[in-house]
Ligand binder design. Structure first.
Ligand code: ATP
Length: 413
């Protein structure tokens, strides 16, 4: 595919694999076969049959090559990739076969008219397909603003945001066909029951009544709403109403779903049903899910990737393990109750208050030293592994201190 290489960026412009010609395939068969294999194996995570298909295909190509020296490489079509579990467009770049990110924000800025500070401040973010991506952040960090722009409900002030390869400002209508959203604080229609809501939502997307009714029953069962499906929403509890809203998003056959604090108000069992369904949608249907939450256990249980934002800027991003290890590298949490003062612990690290406890993150060696001191003075401490919750508090806490120092410096000058 060298004929397609861009002279400026040094990478191939985006080419749909379905448009790779037989002559390109003949010229660069091995690259295509290799990249095809790589993608299939990559997209096959958790789906053994995909991997087998990929291996079989690759073996065929290899044996052709050995026999004739001029292999017959089948042209890889988008349809074929979809059948092996890859939703959406697939493009090549150089000799690498990639799917473009499902969402890409560049220097995204949002100012609300009534506020001086931006709600989003040159935010850069990338979400890959087929993943569950979680946005974390304190109240007012900008999560909902971001989701509302990405789901074309709100216009950005500047910067760019592409969703499914489309521009949120210029191609909003096209995006709307392909996404579903459960907004924060949405309410179902009072007089309709769960079944009505789902059928209505699906028929508005062009699904026939019978197909919509079948899908509605499936989703209602998956989210354990069967018992309540015929009760109008005005007579349901808050948590059950929230489950109807989630069900409406889950039922739609869209590639990308946005869920803004979806499990707020749900009981622990209801939350787990929702988690199971979201994980199933990702694994079995290759959906991409972007959600926000304040529950760190939820972020930990669901996220393939996450970003922590504060005042409209990304403070940390990556897989939960990456974020944890990058920001609290090889540390453990020490909680000291009575017997230590904050000043005594301060030389070991940043001390924060957690209820009646003094909390700090230290290496295992330092934790041992503090334990010995605690034994000597008959004080009690507890040592435990770092959680995502700790990482959140630590990153945001450090950032707040930094901002406070900047303000103080500004005042001194
Ligand atoms: P939460 O976790 O509380 O839902 P969030 O991270 O979703 O918070 P946003 O709702 O995006 O935060 O708000 C970001 C900032 O923009 C906040 O300071 C908020 O006060 C402000 N804001 C949000 N909506 C508006 C609006 N319609 N007009 C003016 N300011 C707004």
């Amino acid at each position: 595919m060298s004929e397609n290489k861009s002279t400026t960026a040094g990478v191939c412009p985006k080419i749909r694999l379905s448009s790779v010609s037989q002559s390109q395939a003949r010229h660069h068969p091995v690259q295509i076969a290799l990249t095809y294999r790589r993608l299939l194996i990559h997209s096959a995570s958790g789906r053994e049959w995909c991997k087998e298909t990929a291996e079989k295909h690759y073996a065929e190509v290899e044996s052709c090559r050995e026999k004739s020296g001029t292999p017959q490489v089948p042209v890889v079509t988008r349809e074929r990739l979809i059948t092996v579990g890859c939703r959406g467009s697939v493009w090549t770049r150089g000799d690498l076969l990639v799917q473009p990110p499902i969402l890409e924000a560049n220097e995204l800025v949002k100012y609300y008219r009534s506020r001086e500070e931006p709600a989003l401040d040159k935010l850069n973010l990338r979400v890959e397909r087929g993943r569950i991506f979680t946005l974390l952040g304190r109240n007012g960090a900008g999560k909902t603003t971001f989701l509302r722009i990405a789901s074309t409900q709100l216009l950005p002030t500047s910067g760019s945001l592409r969703v499914l390869g489309l521009d949120v400002v210029k191609e909003a209508n096209a995006i709307r066909q392909k996404i579903a959203i459960t907004p924060q604080e949405a309410k179902p229609l009072w007089t309709l029951n769960a079944i009505d809501h789902l059928i209505l939502a699906l028929m508005m997307r062009g699904v026939s009544h019978s197909a919509a009714a079948k899908k509605a029953r499936e989703v209602i069962e998956a989210l354990e709403l069967t018992e309540f499906q015929k009760i109008s929403s005005e007579n349901l509890s808050g948590g059950l109403r929230q489950r109807i809203l989630i069900a409406m998003t889950v039922a739609s056959d869209v590639e990308l779903m946005f869920l803004d604090e979806p499990t707020i108000g749900l009981d622990p069992i209801g939350r787990r049903r929702v988690w199971d369904e979201l994980i199933r949608l990702k694994k079995e249907e290759r959906r991409t899910i972007i959600l926000t939450t304040h529950y760190m256990d939820e972020a930990e249980a669901l996220s393939d990737d996450l970003a922590l934002i504060e005042r409209g800027k990304v403070l940390a991003k990556g897989t939960p393990a990456e974020v944890r290890s990058k920001h609290l590298v090889s540390k453990v949490r020490v909680d000291a109750s009575a017997g230590f003062s904050a000043d005594e612990l301060a030389p070991y690290g940043r001390v924060t208050k957690a209820g009646n406890l003094l909390r700090l993150f230290v290496s295992e060696r330092v934790a041992e030293e503090i334990s010995r001191q605690a034994l000597r003075r008959n004080a009690s401490i507890s040592v435990s592994p770092v959680t995502l919750d700790d990482v959140f508090v630590e990153i945001v806490g450090s950032r707040m201190e930094e901002l406070d120092r900047d303000v103080e410096r500004g005042a001194d000058e």
